[in-house]
Every structure is written in C-alpha cells, then in structure tokens.
Write a protein that binds this ligand. Sequence first.
Ligand code: BUP
Length: 462
Amino acid sequence: SLVPTTHVALLPSSGMGHLTPFLRLAAVLLQNQCHVTLITPQPTVSKSEQVLLSHFHSSFPQVNKLELQLLPSQDNDAISTDPFYLQFASIRRSSHLLSPLLASLSPPLSAFIFDMTLISPVLPIVESLSVPHYILFTSSATMFSFFSYFPSVAASTSSSDGVQIPEVGTIPRSSIPPLLLNPTSLFSKIFMEDGPKLKKLHGVLINTFEGLEGNVLKALNNGKVVKELPPIYGVGPFVPCDFEKIEQTGVTVTTPLNWLDDQPDGSVVYVSFGSRTAIGRDQIREIGEGLVRSGYKFLWVVKDKKVDREEEGEEEGLEEVLGIELMKRIRENGLVVKKWVDQSEILSHKSVGGFVSHCGWNSVIEAAWFGVPIIGWPQIGDQKINAELVSKGGWGVWKKEWGWEGECVVKGEEIGEAIKQMMNDESIGIKATQIKEAARNDISVGGGSKVAIQALKEVWKK
Ligand code: BUP
C-alpha cells in the first residue's frame, strides 16, 4: 500500500508490574493500526510473566515476537537479593545483544519504546542505529518528576527533610524510596546515571491521565520541573485486556468470582500487596485479625514468597501461617487465596467496595479505572509517592505511620479501624466514582490520552 507502516518495537523489563503495562500499550498500538514487535528478555523471573506472554501472543498472532536471551548472571550482581532487581541488572548487561535484533527489523522502526530501567545501556545502541527512542515509565507522573529532578539535588538530600519539586510538591524524606538513600544500590545507580540522560529521549510515555495528574503532566511539559525534557505523553489509563484473563480450573473450588457473586453490592474489601512483596508471617496474622475485626467481608490475596516459582512443591498450608483458630474466623467472613487472581475482574465486580493496596502503580490505575477507593499501605519503592497522590485526590487514604515493608508490625485492631473508617466514608466513594468518570473521558474522543496517542502517531509518520 501507499501508506507507510508505523512499526513500533517494545522492550519491557522484569516483573508483572513492568510487563503488564507494556502489553496493554501494545494492545493500544494495535488498535491504532501500528505494526508491533515485542522483544522479551528470557528466561523470565516468574511463571506469571511466562503465562501472560503466552496468552498475549495467542491473542495477537500478528505481533512480531523476538527474544532477548539474557547472559548468565555474574558474581558482582550481588548488589541485591531481590530476583527482580537481579534481572534488571542482567537485562542492562545483556542489552548490547539488542543491536542485531533491532537492525534486522523490517519495515524500519518508527519508534522503539523500552523500559525506564534501561536508559543508559540502550541509548548508545538506538543512537547508532538512528532509531527514534522512547521510554514507557511504569509508575506515576509524580514519580517521574521525582526521577527527573532528584539527581540535581541528591547531593544535598541526606541532611534535609525532603525534596521540593517545583510546581509538583514536596516529597518528604520518609516517602523517598529507601533504596535511593543507599548510594550503592542499583536503584540509586539507575536514578543517578539514567536520570540526567532523559533529555536524549524522543519522548516519555506514562500510564496516567489528566484527571489524575494533569497538573504534573503540565508542569513537566512546561519545563517547570527540569529544563529540556522531551515531550511527556500521558497515554493512560491502560485498560485491562481480555488476554490477561486466567482460566478458572477446578470447578469444585470456590473461585473468587463466584464467591463475590454471592456478596451484597459494595460490601467487600479486596486486599492485595502486588506481585513483588512478600509480607512477614507476624504481619500476615495481624492483617487477618484486622480484616475479621473490620466487620466487612473480604477477599484477601496472601503472598509470603517473592517469586511464584519458589512455591512449587513447597506450598505451605495457610493454616500454618494463620493458625487454626484465626483461620476459622477468617473463613466465616472472607475468602483467602494464595494463587494469582484476575485483579481486574475483582476490581470491576460490583460487590467490591474498597481496596487495601500496596499502591503499585498498575493497581492504582486499575482502581481508578473501576472507581474503587483505596486504603494505601505502601511497602517499597515508589509506593508512598503513589499513595499520597491518591489521598490528595480524595479517593483513598493511607496511614503514614504504618511504615515501609518490615519496618514495624501494625496491629490488627488498627487495621480493622482504618478499614471501617474508610468503608464508611461516603465522600471518598463519591470521589472514586468521579475519578472513574475522568479515566473513561480521557480515553474517549478528544480526551487527553486519545490526543497523546494521535500526536505520537503523527510524529512517527514523519
Ligand atoms: Br499479586 C496479583 N493478580 O494476584 P503493580 C497482581 N495482579 O492480576 P507490583 C493480578 O499484577 P511493581 C494478582 O492487577 C497489576 O496489574 C495487578 O502491578 C496484577 O504492583 C499487576 O500493582 C501488579 O504495579 O509491581 O507487581 O508490586 O512493584 O513493579 O509496581
């Protein structure tokens, strides 16, 4: 045909929190008549990532599928014990292998969109191949503004109480990702080495929208945060897709969905801390206690291991973690699952009235999309920054004194009280409905996200 094909290649990093938004972006690009190449680092860390990828490729056979075979890990990777961070390091170290992959693509690339943790290693490659290059930032625009601003003030933060980002607001010291306060962590390295290179990108895509972070997007694009940033595109909210649905095997077991079907509208609290945080045994028991005390029904996803592969063969009974007595009271009031659940399906269910969440960015956006109020309980990384923007928006709350993962054990009584308070607060429910409407407007004709995607397509045509 006479119309040149817009060909976009995507490269996600490790963990469901990075892979999911990339695949949802791929779906948006396909809807917008782009030809898509997906490059995935192999092998993946978790089984969930592998399953999601195979669902994606069977739903979209037209997507060109490429693998980046990672080099074996090295001794000096002992920078962290978190398998997902080790994988970040491994992808960074293997990224020179991208050169032949990218060079062989046909038709030539209109854009290459890669994970935000890969800027330093990928830049020289795409620059030498003259491929237009973008990152997908898989957290909030507020977190992005912190990422872009922090390197310039890092030297003076150790003694001060926070980071004041022009036009965006102050990030208190207690909300700064703890790994950033350790200068030898990979997280710090990515911030300090990659942050200053943002101006070399052709653009930054963020899964956010005007109704949620319009002011931040504006400040970033007006050069108020850091001068000479490339265009920042709010292309969210990414909508959960059909290929993510998991088969419900074992008809005899109560699935979350048929359990939810039996509960009254808005009566259930959904509890999940994401795919990467394993909560300690003591805290798990207190959460169980708190949920029972709240008096609300609950659906609770328990995870006590960081990577799902580890669970094979050594699955431990929940009774052992929670104790028989507590387990009995829990069974009377709620449903506890240890497996991967379809979170979007749960959040979209009419019986769900609140979400106790670690505030991983994908979870926040999914809650906004379905209009579910959040009780934030940030555990690591960017999560306090995300929790604060939810609470500022009035559609959720978080308890600052609950601290980071493992910092202290929060008592069940306190947890139950917090749930009761939020579930009874009508104004939070109203705000959550408003954020849902704003989310839906943004991806409709004339909405901010729709406009951003059109703008990108125009740029890619040239
Ligand atoms: Br657990 C779990 N089912 O059982 P976040 C998670 N999810 O669908 P994270 C399920 O995984 P990072 C489950 O809907 C979201 O899309 C959830 O991403 C889905 O947190 C994704 O919320 C989790 O960003 O990642 O995994 O802690 O730390 O990278 O943000």
